[in-house]
Design a protein around this ligand. Structure first.
Ligand code: ACM
Length: 626
């Protein structure tokens, strides 16, 4: 009994000793295995970074790490070859390191005198340094010297990713984003261990990459008339109006972006979206469509099935065009995959074209889905001749999948499941878990977009469907379409923190996922984002307000929060809620006679944390869950 009591006391002592530090860690994505120890390593101007084994790559990592620390610490830590007696951070490569499982895994051991980071491959060292960076206090993110103590908690981490494909897609067509912003986006991705940036380079609203020999793609295709308001209801170009809104990347820009990404262990997946979504290319070269009428780059006005945005699969000149484009794409992007789109291709104009119909008859092509498949098969052959593999959106299943295609499943998981069952590799990007262009909070207070994808829905994403071979699921991707994302600040707002959730889905072991601990880490990461001037959404703090049918003619109000530990206050009388107004206790609310709106806000420790949301009851009626 005495022994039992002693053990219980010791356990309590250790858990109390360890708890405060454990709670303060905020590593995203969560490492595969983490053990907290007592004490910490104090980083100071006497600390040296050791790149073991005279390895130039390790030396570069060591210099890079010292460069990250320099602005806030105000000292440039020395990089040396051999460990001496000094306090040190030792980077080492050990090809036989088994515990880290993959080429991207690492081991990080921190004690009060010593930090050791080892990996089988350089990528592992890179990811280990990202973790180490997150173990430093948020002040490390400032670009000026800070009066902080650079303490790193003593931990032992063994870490490796669950998936090899951990992507984000940035649509640079609907709105153009500068090379500088793309680099900033890459920096952020690398911190959270993403390794693929998919650039959606072409669409109806802009062609964004210089192709030598096809100058009009960027002289005409990269520019549209400027518009603000609601996407799809923008005014089409008016007579005489100048198309001067847009931009493109020169081939030199692309080389710079690719090299920048490579240094951060990120591959760039280029997408040339064909045969649909091609209005910008057609505006530049009208002969590419079966309709052949001259048109303009769409500014976000309604055009689908009104203007022909499809390439003409019956015209050999289209394949010659694609060969020029894909040859240069393959030369510019070393990643072995090229995305050829294939989504949402209207068949209307192919059906109407006698040229296309004659071509189908002559070639024994039974319907337009098969015709699309014919086109995609030719794209695949073209890419194979350039030593590249084809990726396409899940519509490439229609009419028959090509031999060697990798499918990006976006309209749900079904396309991915079907493809995997046929033995094809799949990247899961289902819209209800991974579309970062959707609302992340109440549409009343969020910038205008469509549908809903809350942080929790990203976090609940499970990329491997039951009964599907795990090896065929390469990984997943969050997709930021930018119809309603006109600025870099807003691109960041839509990305973070939902991409934190996806980072954890793609990297961490599924059994390590824990929503409560994740949201508390997200809050801590906000300080890091603040300090490095990256925008993000605080929508997870907002209330979720819905109606619940009570009987045939009446309904009640339900209020919830996405994260735990918030208090909800509300009013029906048109005044602003605070902690002295009514507190929501979980019981459905009856609507007082004459009320026309409910006003809701969340608080924590008496302080407001969410935005105030004023919902007219007319709007609430539309939200009734039956
Ligand atoms: C898509 O969202 N059209 C791939």
């Amino acid at each position: 009994m005495k022994y039992f009591l002693l053990c219980a006391c010791l356990c309590l002592f250790f858990s109390l000793a360890v708890l405060p530090q454990q709670q303060s860690l905020s590593i995203i994505p969560e490492p595969a295995a983490l053990v907290m120890n007592k004490g910490s390593f104090l980083l100071d101007d006497k600390t040296v970074i050791v790149a073991e084994g005279d390895n130039s790559e390790l030396k570069l990592f060591a210099e890079t790490f010292a460069g990250w620390l320099l602005p806030a610490m105000g000292v440039q830590l020395k990089v040396v070859d051999r460990p001496g007696a000094a306090k040190k951070i030792v980077l080492s490569l050990n090809a036989s390191l088994k515990d880290v499982k993959t080429e991207e895994g690492y081991m990080l051991k921190i004690s009060s005198s010593h930090i050791s980071l080892s990996a089988a491959r350089p990528a592992g060292i890179f990811y280990g340094l990202q973790t180490l960076r997150q173990l430093l206090p948020p002040a490390i993110e400032y670009q000026t010297k800070q009066p902080a103590s650079w303490e790193i908690p003593a931990v032992k981490i063994t870490d490796y990713p669950r998936f090899g494909w951990r992507g984000l897609m940035l649509d640079v067509s609907r709105h153009f984003f500068s090379k500088e912003f793309v680099k900033k986006y890459i920096d952020e991705m690398a911190r959270y261990k993403f390794n693929v940036l998919h650039l959606h380079l072409t669409d109806d609203q802009g062609w964004r990459i210089e192709i030598k020999g096809l100058p009009k793609l960027t002289e005409v295709g990269a520019w549209r008339v400027p518009r603000q308001g609601s996407w799809w209801s923008f005014l089409p170009p008016q007579p005489g109006e100048k198309a001067d809104f847009g931009g493109f990347y020169t081939q030199e820009d692309i080389k710079e972006i690719v090299a920048y990404a490579k240094e951060r262990h990120i591959n760039i997946l280029p997408e040339i979206d064909v045969p649909g979504h091609s209005l910008a290319a057609i505006a530049a070269y009208p002969h590419l469509s079966a309709t052949k009428y001259l048109t303009y780059v769409n500014p976000g006005s309604k055009f689908y099935n009104i203007e022909d945005n499809t390439l003409n699969p019956a015209d050999e000149r289209v394949y010659e065009f694609m060969d020029v484009v894909l040859t240069q794409i393959a030369a510019l992007f070393p990643f072995r995959y090229v995305h050829i789109g294939g989504d949402e291709c209207t068949k209307l104009f192919w059906k109407r074209s006698s040229e296309v119909q004659d071509f189908m008859k002559k070639n024994g092509i039974k319907n337009e889905e098969e015709l699309q498949s014919y086109f995609i098969k030719r794209m695949e052959k073209m890419l194979q001749s350039k030593d590249r593999k084809l990726v396409g959106w899940d519509e490439i299943l229609e009419g028959g999948l090509t031999e060697d295609a990798t499918v990006m499943s976006w309209r749900g998981m079904e396309g991915g499941i079907k493809s995997a069952k046929m033995g094809h590799p799949v990247i899961m990007t289902p819209n209800r878990h991974a579309y970062l262009d959707l609302y992340q909070g109440d549409p009343i207070v969020e910038p205008e977009t469509y549908s809903m994808l809350r942080l929790k829905s990203c976090y609940d994403f499970e990329p491997v469907p039951q009964g599907i071979e795990k090896e065929l699921i390469l990984g997943g991707q969050g997709n930021l379409w930018t119809e309603s994302v006109p600025t870099p600040r807003h691109a960041e707002y839509m990305t973070w923190p939902r991409a934190f959730a996806l980072a954890e889905v793609f990297w961490s072991p599924a059994e390590k996922k824990n929503w409560k601990s994740f949201t508390s880490k997200v809050e801590k990461q906000f300080s890091y984002l603040d300090n490095r001037k990256v925008n993000y959404a605080r929508s997870m703090f907002d209330a979720i307000i819905t109606g619940v049918k009570a009987d045939k003619n009446t309904y009640k109000v339900k209020i919830a929060t996405e994260i735990e530990g918030l208090d909800i206050y509300y009013t029906f009388d048109g005044t602003n809620p605070d902690i002295y107004t009514e507190k929501y206790t979980g019981t459905l609310l009856e609507i007082p006679k004459g009320a026309s709106q409910i006003r809701v806000r969340t608080f924590r420790n008496g302080e407001p944390v969410g935005q105030q949301i004023n919902v007219p009851l007319k709007e609430l009626e539309k939200r009734i869950a039956i």
